[in-house]
Design a protein around this ligand. Sequence first.
Ligand SMILES: *Cc1c(COP(=O)(O)O)cnc(C)c1O
Length: 437
Amino acid sequence: MTERYQKSQELFAAAQQVIPGGVNSPVRAFRGVGGSPIFFAKGEGSRLTDVDGNSYLDYVLSWGPLLLGHAHAAVNQAISDQVVLGASFGAPTAQETKLAEQVIGLVPSIEQVRFVNSGTEATMSALRLARAFTGREKILKFTGCYHGHADMLLVQAGSGVVTLGLPDSPGVTAGAAAGTLTAEYNDLEAAKAIFAAQGSEIAAIIVEPIAANMGFVLPEPGYLEALCELAHAHGALFILDEVMTGFRVSPGGAQVHWNLKPDLTCLGKVIGGGLPVGAYGGRRDVMQHVAPAGPMYQAGTLSGNPLAMAAGSATLETAFTPVEGKTPFEHAVGLAEALANGMRGLSEELGIPLQVGQVGTMFGFYFLREAGMHVKSYADAKQMVDAERYARFFWAMCERGVYLAPSQFEAGFLSAAHSAADVEQTLSAAREALQAK
Ligand SMILES: *Cc1c(COP(=O)(O)O)cnc(C)c1O
């Protein structure tokens, strides 16, 4: 085992000397599964190669962005065409308008959009905008939902905060946290009670349409619609954080899949095709409050960066253009279904209780402590999930050439570069890994 990952371990030791924890984003450190993180040297299509020369089928895909897989020819071409013209001008370019038009074409609730550099910036800016628009200070978020690492959002957050078991983060001021109200995900009554008490002070509800930073938790039927109605009944905005689900659950995101009409939407991940991009957009009358059209200040030296716009445009264009009657996106959805069904089958056959979820190109599964349990919220996830079992499974899969998220509290992804044979190989690896002691 040690030998297999020897170079990774050496690189990690060196990284820890100069980078806190050896990583630039916490969940990469493998605290959720133990051991030392794998350092990668190369990605191609559905596969990754690590620095020790081991090859893996990749279901992390840079945490979602790589809808077309690694190093897709169209994305690489778009980036290299642009890079010879210059990487950044800090001035408007046609590429920004092009990507904006593509986004607006795919996501019907978005009438205007502003590009930023990360999902964190997208949610932070959307909330500032909601406050500016409503003249109110508070927001409502849900326990275990992750919306990036802005101060007011690091309250009951998911992703690495869940994996590392941090309740909140030191450094977040009481003032920043005070405006953030939280309710349990999928608990409509809890949200209603908060609005009954403080509705006139709440600027917005922000929610992940699928809670995919505490594993993979689907909204109960009607829950998101009811949240939207609740916000509007009290004069608050309804913000969908589709940084992960955007262009993945359907071409128009979760909102098209479930026919939701948010006032604002946050995007990231896929929209940059592997380069750093985020965006927030929505109702024109709300977006007109953003500077310089309106008074709410938000800016960025590298925002709308031409390389990133080119990569994002090429990704969206390629993913949703049919090849022989089927889009690459639809191909990926079919494989995600096959993978999820295969995992359900293995769970039943081997008598290992798994909660398997899948929508569009995304999936997730929990190892449940007991059959019959069903995770609907973060409180459930904490009680019902066997994290140690996942850790063993994760490493057994790595040994069999399959790379999953190094934490059970993260979603998995398919790309257009995956094949039916990849999924079959993954399922036979999973059969062995589930049976391994
Ligand atoms: C990843 C993610 C973010 C944060 O995006 P970054 O680009 O990592 O800042 C925000 N919201 C959701 C739902 C995410 O999955």
